[in-house]
Write a new protein. Sequence first.
Length: 290
Amino acid sequence: MKIAFIGLGNMGGGMAANLVKAGHAVNAFDLSDTALDVARENGCTTFTDAAAACESVDAVVTMLPNGAIVKSVYADSVIGKAPAGAVLLDCSTIDVATAREVIGLAEAGGYDMVDAPVSGGIAAANGGTLTFMVGGSDTAFERARPILECMGKAVIHAGPAGNGQAAKICNNMLLGIHMIGTCEAFAMAEKLGLDPQTFYDISSVSSGQCWSMTSYCPVPGVGPTTPADNDYKGGFAAGLMLKDLRLAMEAAEAVDAPVPLAARARALYEDFVGAGNAEVDFSGIIRTLK
Ligand code: NAD
């Protein structure tokens, strides 16, 4: 297939490269010249205009920073510019309402489109091991699936348009909450005189066990190797966790869902990011609790 890929940043760069590795011809566009240089080295054909990149393709994939940018890119450069019948895939993390609005515009323009946000960070994007949670019609999902499978290890249909974003923000809301809970437990255990490794050995096989503890332990030297072992560098930036918690709060307000713990988690990450930690791994919030 010929696929246009728009948004070649930390995530999109590796994803576009994996489409090339799978044998697709990739037309790449980004506002950044550096990103375009890397895409060219990875075998993409680069363009200086998004609409031109979308001409005569079978599919368009986007991986962009936020909903406003996604909406403007689709309205200005994809819908009506990509050939009728192309399938459109937005893999960015954006708000549910904008995802549904953009898919509505695409469908009115005669396209099949899915929202397909990802779980997994830069390493998973580079390694082709992302998990995609996909919203859209059955037809759109079946058309998007083989493309997504070139970039991920799991592709799950979450329901109609916008449900991929709904799954993503509910998942990341839970992640933000249990990371803070895990950090609180380790910080308090230490103050109570409990060795962190001993607490891990007990809690990781007891009822307090969770992913933030056993797969992403925020304490250096305890559990598997994580960003905590690299001075909280790499991994999932606190600024992105804050972005996802803000999206979760917006969605909660829109449907009147009470989320008191998420509200507190957002406030804590706002303080953490506001103190200059936007690039620090999100598990680094343990430093503020010690
Ligand atoms: P990034 O900032 O590294 O990349 C975004 C890219 O989009 C940049 O290269 C930028 O130049 C480009 N861009 C911005 N506006 C554009 C436009 N109008 N036209 C073309 N290109 C444009 O961000 P990222 O880390 O790659 O994240 C991308 C998306 O993936 C975000 O929605 C993010 O929330 C989500 N996400 C990121 C991670 C992660 O660990 N980084 C994990 C899961 C999901």
